[in-house]
Write a new protein. Structure first.
Length: 332
């Protein structure tokens, strides 16, 4: 499954191929509690069709209305929404949030073809737009590249900005993988067990058949990586966890009951891991949703993954497990 940005580019290209005028709209700056982050992309065509999102909906409605009434920019230009509290309320921007958008007419779509082709090969690329001339270049991007706009140049990365290493190619992983892909993860599934290889059917993912710890070392896990072990086989799960917990990976989790998790931590403590490194392990993995089916468990895992990626330091499960203060005695 493509990320939303790539869906926007694909549709914009197709509209142009059909002879329609098209404009791209990019969030370049936000203030307050704006609903979309810088880099969020939307495309709108001359007949007022729209794909993508830059807000909760009201800004999109205004952009559509502008196109219908002939307000069609011929050069890249800035539009600001929500400067006043009244405007913020009108456009559904919470808590006085503000949006600064870059609108640009889409004329040449060759750069879109290049972006789509290169990201299909799991390459991370960056688009550079010169605001004055409208010229676009597409270049290879390092993983640390971020969206940027300085008023003269727009720098927008496309492709999998995050990586996931899934250990085990069973039913659960086959549900987790496409959800992760929709969240901008490049998914590598590793399973050396031959009987699981034929069942792996997730388009766009990478299947590796080496030992998981070898794959983890080769991937050079960084702070934009998540490692999820779901085989229930200590020979596979424990080995990759040893590598992952020593790495900067932002999320390391393993499937299993609370009892199995305790035994796993005991085994990990026998190796060269510190208590702090072992404490990084998320297990039992996922939010406590009462999940039973592979699909429900996948939702719980990915929900926790998103919370960690977004900097939520305490999940509902952790709050529920925390000791609660005793209630103050009633005043006579």
């Amino acid at each position: 499954m493509d990320s939303l940005d790539l869906q926007v580019l694909t549709q914009a290209r197709d509209w142009r191929a059909a002879g329609l005028e098209v404009w791209l709209v990019t969030v370049v700056e936000t203030w307050g509690s704006a609903p979309r982050q810088p880099g969020a992309l939307l495309a709108i065509c001359a007949d007022a069709q729209v794909v993508g999102s830059v807000s909760g909906g009201c800004v999109e409605d205004d952009l559509i209305d502008r196109v219908r009434h002939g307000d069609r920019t011929a050069t890249p230009s800035i539009v600001v929404y929500g400067v006043s509290n009244e405007e913020a309320a009108r456009f559904g921007l919470p808590c006085g949030g503000n949006l600064r958008l870059l609108q640009e007419p889409l004329r040449d779509t060759a750069w879109i073809d290049e972006v789509l082709a290169r990201t299909q090969k799991h390459e991370l690329v960056v688009r550079r737009l010169d605001i004055a001339s409208g010229a676009v270049t597409v270049e290879h991007a390092a993983r640390q590249v971020r969206f940027a706009f300085d008023g003269r140049t727009l720098v927008a990365p496309f492709g999998p900005r995050w990586r996931m290493l899934l250990i085990g190619a069973g039913a659960l992983s086959r549900v987790v993988a496409p959800i992760a892909q929709a969240l901008d993860f490049e998914v590598t599934c590793c399973d050396p067990r031959e009987e699981y290889h034929r069942g792996w059917d997730v388009p766009g993912s990478i299947l590796r058949t080496e030992m998981p710890d070898d794959v983890a070392q080769q991937m050079q896990l960084d702070a934009q990586c998540a490692v999820i072990a779901v085989t229930h086989d200590p020979k596979l799960d424990d080995l990759v966890l040893l590598e992952a917990l020593k790495s900067p990976a932002f999320y390391v989790g393993a499937l299993g009951s609370a009892r199995n998790d305790a035994k796993r931590r005991e085994r990990l403590a026998l190796f060269d891991l510190s208590a702090a490194q072992i404490a990084r392990l998320r297990g039992p993995i996922g939010l406590n949703l009462g999940s039973r089916t592979p699909a429900e468990i996948a939702v719980a895992i990915v929900a926790e993954l998103v919370a960690v990626r977004n900097g939520v330091t305490e999940t509902r499960r952790e709050r529920a497990a925390a000791p609660q203060p005793e209630a103050a005695p009633a005043t006579p």
